[in-house]
Design a protein around this ligand. Structure first.
Ligand code: FPP
Length: 233
């Protein structure tokens, strides 16, 4: 959800105001995704690298996480949204940790839409933790397969992302779902996150629908060897 800071600066506001506007963008985006039949939506709210930002900015983002749950949990639960958390919960302050844990527990049986909140999340750390847990469980080296790692990531049990959207004009993924997004389609837009509205969701999904996904295969699976030999050969 990139571009909050620039959105605020362009208006002579503080970066924290940009993050607040960014938090307000989440609900309409979620609603639009739901209307389009999206089943899993993952939002990158706070990366493991974001701890390096100024203390006041870090605090403002963490508090927005808390406020988001306080403001929207009843409504999300009633709408059948299952909230999940991706990342290291332990390092989050108690005021956020407890709320996230309770929200996850409360909505665990909902199935209309899964909303993953990546908060204190890093893609590489996700992989490292998965491998560490395999080692702790004494899994033999030959059993450390892609499936075994996938099953121990924060996203265990969920489908791989089809589409990865980055707002704010940057064309990198910054340690987001690095394992899971191996075959995702990437969509980069200059729109700053607070400006990412229903129309922007539509534009991203229209672009996605135009992409031809091959997953490393040839387009129609024809076996050239089995084609009739050219005449004269
Ligand atoms: C990146 O934009 C944005 C963040 C690091 C924070 C995103 C947080 C929220 C939208 C609110 C809280 C989240 C939830 C899930 C309730 P940036 O600040 O790097 O923007 P810039 O590149 O314009 O400076």
């Amino acid at each position: 959800m990139d571009g909050n800071g620039r959105w605020a600066q362009a208006r002579g506001l503080r970066r924290a105001d940009g993050h607040r506007a960014g938090a307000e963008t989440i609900r309409p985006v979620m609603e639009r995704c739901g209307q389009h039949g999206v089943e899993v939506l993952t939002l990158f709210g706070f990366s493991t690298e974001n701890w390096g930002r100024p203390h006041t900015e870090v605090q403002s983002i963490l508090k927005l996480g808390r406020d988001f749950i306080d403001t929207h949990l009843d409504e999300l639960d009633a709408a059948g949204v299952q909230l999940r958390h991706l990342g290291d919960l332990d390092r989050l302050p108690g005021f956020l940790r407890g709320r996230v844990a309770r929200a996850v527990e409360r909505t665990r049986d909902n199935s209309k839409l899964i909303l993953n909140l990546a908060f204190n999340y890093g893609g590489r750390a996700d992989i490292v933790e998965a491998v560490q847990s395999l080692i702790r469980d004494g899994v033999a080296a030959e059993d450390v397969t892609e499936e075994a790692i996938t099953a121990r990531l924060a996203t265990a049990g969920l489908p791989e992302p089809d589409l990865l959207i980055r707002t704010g004009g940057e064309t990198r993924i910054s340690n987001f779902l690095v394992w899971q997004a191996a075959y995702a389609e990437y969509y980069f837009t200059d729109a700053l996150w607070p400006d990412f509205d229903a129309g922007e969701v539509d534009a991203a999904l229209i672009e996605f629908s135009r992409r031809q996904r091959r997953f490393g295969l040839v387009p129609n699976g024809d076996d050239e060897e089995s084609l009739p030999a050219e005449s004269g050969s």
